[in-house]
Design a protein. Structure first.
Length: 109
């Protein structure tokens, strides 16, 4: 039944007593199609909105990652600046520092 209704919707000779409703339905279908086309084609279309939303989510995750990294590095800096032994260990491991008379062996990975 629905298929025959939509097939006959565009035939104005079959409007009969329901001409106003069928005319309005035709108008709604055409207006909706034009609206969807405009949303998809214009510069700030719904597709661009969706892309922007995805990009915004990615950037928020990236910002959160860098906040955690900064917090981790701040704790490391605080630990190195307050504890002489940890600072010495860090300098020896990262920069190959040594006390006078120490033998330093550097093993490449």
């Amino acid at each position: 039944m629905a298929k025959s209704f939509f097939d006959n919707l565009w035939d104005r000779s079959k409007d009969g007593s329901k001409g106003d409703r069928r005319g309005f339905l035709r108008f709604v279908i055409i207006a909706t199609a034009i609206f969807v086309i405009i949303l998809l084609v214009k510069k700030d279309s719904i597709i661009n909105w969706a892309r922007s939303g995805v990009e915004l989510g990615r950037q928020k995750r990236e910002m959160e990652y860098y906040r955690r990294e900064i917090k981790k590095l701040d704790l490391q800096i605080e630990g190195l600046s307050t504890n002489r032994d940890s600072m010495e260990t860090y300098a020896r491991e990262q920069f190959h520092f040594a006390k006078p008379g120490d033998d330093v062996y550097i093993l490449e990975k």
